[in-house]
Design a protein around this ligand. Structure first.
Ligand code: SAM
Length: 253
C-alpha cells in the first residue's frame, strides 16, 4: 500500500500549507506532512471528530472513544469524500444500529457536517478531515468495514494531477484490506471513463468480484449527494457500481 506522493519545492509546500489552513482540502505532497495533522484541533475536541495521527493526543478523549466504538460489533460503513455530507448524515439517521465514519479532506466541509450531525443528535457517526489514504490504514482495523461509499470522486484527469486521484492500485489494495469478505465498494460517478477505470482496476484485483448491480438493494433508499442532485437537475447521466469483496479462500488441505 505504498502511495506515490507528489514532491514539492519549499515554495510549493508553503502555498499548499496556506491552502490547507484556509480549509481548501486536498493539497499536494505527502498528506502526513499537512500542518498540525498529528494534533487534534481545538474545535474538534470532545466532539465526534478524529485525526488518525492524533488518536493518542491525550488532551481529549476523542481517540479513546473512537477506538472503543470501532472495536465494537456494530456493522461499519465508511464514506470517502463526503462533501456536504447529505448522503452520510441521512444514512446514519436511517440506520442507528450501524456505525458510520466519514473522511473528507476539506476541513471547512467537515466542520459544517459536524455541526449538522450534532444538531440532529446522531450518535453513530464520526468524521475526519484526514486524507482517506492515510486515515484508513491507521484508524480502521483490517476486515472491519461492511461498505465503503465513494460518491463522485474528483477525476483529476491531467497527468500532473494523477497523484491526487483517489483510485490507484495501492488504494484498491487498501479497500481490499479494510472491507470484510462479503462487504462491498459502492462507487458513483458522472464521468463514464472514471467508472471504466475503476472497473478495470477492480477486475484485476483478486479480492473483488465484478460489478454486481443487485447490491444496490443493500444501499436501499438514500438521499443523493450534492453532486448527484445536481446531475439529476441537469439531466447528466450517473454510473453506479457495486463491487463485492470475495469470501476468504478456503484453506482446505
Ligand atoms: C467531487 S467532490 C464530491 C463530494 C460529494 N461526494 C458529492 O457527491 O457531492 C469529491 C470530494 O472528495 C474529497 N476528497 C478527494 N480526495 C480525498 C481523499 N483522498 N480523502 C478524503 N476526501 C477526499 C474532496 O475534498 C471533495 O469534497
Amino acid at each position: 500500500m505504498d502511495f506515490t506522493w507528489e514532491e514539492l519545492t519549499p515554495a510549493q509546500r508553503a502555498q499548499h500549507d496556506a491552502d490547507w489552513q484556509a480549509g481548501k482540502g486536498l493539497i499536494g505532497g505527502d498528506p502526513r506532512k499537512r500542518p498540525n495533522f498529528d494534533t487534534l484541533p481545538a474545535w474538534g475536541m470532545d466532539r465526534p471528530f478524529f485525526r488518525a495521527l492524533a488518536l493518542d493526543d491525550g488532551r481529549a478523549a476523542n481517540g479513546l472513544r473512537f477506538r472503543r466504538r470501532t472495536a465494537g460489533a456494530h456493522p461499519l460503513e465508511i464514506e470517502i469524500g463526503f462533501g456536504r455530507g447529505d448522503f452520510l448524515l441521512d444514512r446514519a439517521a436511517r440506520m442507528p444500529e450501524r456505525w458510520f465514519v466519514g473522511f473528507e479532506t476539506k476541513t471547512k466541509a467537515v466542520r459544517l457536517a459536524l455541526r449538522r450531525l450534532e444538531k440532529r443528535e446522531l450518535e453513530n457517526l464520526w468524521l475526519s478531515d484526514d486524507d482517506a489514504r492515510v486515515g484508513l490504514p491507521l484508524a480502521i482495523p483490517d476486515q472491519r468495514a461492511d461498505a465503503v461509499h465513494v460518491l463522485f470522486p474528483d477525476p483529476w484527469w491531467k497527468a500532473q494531477h494523477k497523484v491526487k486521484r483517489l483510485f490507484s492500485p495501492p488504494f484498491v489494495d487498501l479497500l481490499a484490506a479494510k472491507l470484510r469478505p462479503g462487504g462491498y465498494l459502492h462507487l458513483k460517478t458522472d464521468v463514464e471513463q472514471y467508472g471504466e477505470m475503476v472497473r478495470h482496476l477492480l477486475s484485476r484485483h483478486p479480492a473483488f468480484s465484478e460489478h454486481t448491480p443487485e447490491l444496490a438493494a443493500r444501499v436501499g433508499p438514500y438521499l443523493p449527494t450534492h453532486r448527484e442532485h445536481w446531475c439529476r437537475e441537469n439531466g447528466k447521466p450517473v454510473w453506479a457500481c457495486y463491487f463485492p469483496k470475495r469470501a476468504a479462500p478456503s484453506t482446505m488441505a
